[in-house]
Ligand binder design. Structure first.
Ligand code: 6PG
Length: 247
């Protein structure tokens, strides 16, 4: 993971602004090339900051929302209006404030039985595939947990071994809950991936991932083998333990 670019910003506002700018570039590029921009959103407080920034006049008016399709990298097994819902968070932070056609917001109906195969069918039916036949998102956004999880790919969970399905249900023992998540094959397949990390609480995991060598058991984020670009967007607090950050 250390071989991928890490962009460090003074604070989460600057991080969010830079990530929003990158979003716009990638959206413009995808829409010009293929007429649509398929992006998978992440849950989490750091990704939320980006969504709020995208909803501001500085950015919202510069995205061709009529050609954007919003998907979700993972979802909690709760209804759409539940406080824990990633969909609800994305609506509050962004989707309720921009003119994206509602039919182009693809919620994971995680509270229903069969949510994973249903979402996989949606993705396979709507998103162009890679040469390997895997859905190829234009952009996948990820947050990073202090345990190195991304999406709902938590350490020690069975979903980390899923190489056939592009979406799967996963029981997260430590949270005692089920989640629905994209799997590693479809994350690997993305044209562009951005990991958004902010706050001092992530400094140690960031240091380990970006500076230490391979681990006997890699963190989930280290299991990604990106076929496209893979960029870290960090604020100074999250980057404070990196060598380049030392005074
Ligand atoms: C979720 C997210 C999860 C999140 C990380 C980081 O559903 O919670 O998909 O992967 O992005 O836990 O979250 P924070 O940015 O809030 O630390």
């Amino acid at each position: 993971m250390s071989q991928y670019p890490a962009h460090i910003y003074n604070n989460v506002d600057a991080l969010s602004r830079a990530a929003a700018q990158r979003w716009m570039e990638l959206a413009d590029q995808a829409i010009k090339a293929g007429g649509q921009f398929h992006v998978a959103l992440s849950g989490g407080t750091t990704p939320r900051s980006l969504y709020e920034r995208l909803a501001t006049p500085e950015f919202a008016g510069r995205v061709d929302w009529q050609h954007v399709h919003v998907w979700f990298g993972d979802e909690r097994t709760v209804p759409a209006d539940h406080p824990d819902s990633n969909y609800r968070m994305a609506c509050e932070a962004l989707l309720n404030h921009v003119p994206i056609p509602p039919a182009q917001v693809h919620r994971i109906e995680a509270e229903k039985d069969g949510a994973a195969p249903a979402y996989e069918a949606l993705i396979v039916g709507a998103i162009p595939r890679s040469a390997a036949g895997v859905a190829q998102f234009d952009l996948i956004l990820l947050g990073l947990g202090p345990d190195g999880h991304v999406a709902s790919l938590f350490p020690g969970t069975a979903i980390l071994q899923e190489r056939t399905h592009q979406v799967a249900a996963v029981h997260v023992d430590k949270l005692n809950t089920w989640r629905i998540s994209l799997t590693l094959p479809v994350i690997d397949s993305a044209r562009h991936t951005i990991v958004l990390v902010a706050g001092a609480g992530k400094a140690e995991i960031v240091r380990q991932i970006l500076t230490e060598g391979p681990r006997p058991v890699p963190y989930p984020v280290q299991m990604i083998r990106p076929g496209g670009t893979f960029d870290w967007y960090l604020d100074a607090a999250a980057a404070q333990a990196l060598p380049e950050a030392q005074p």
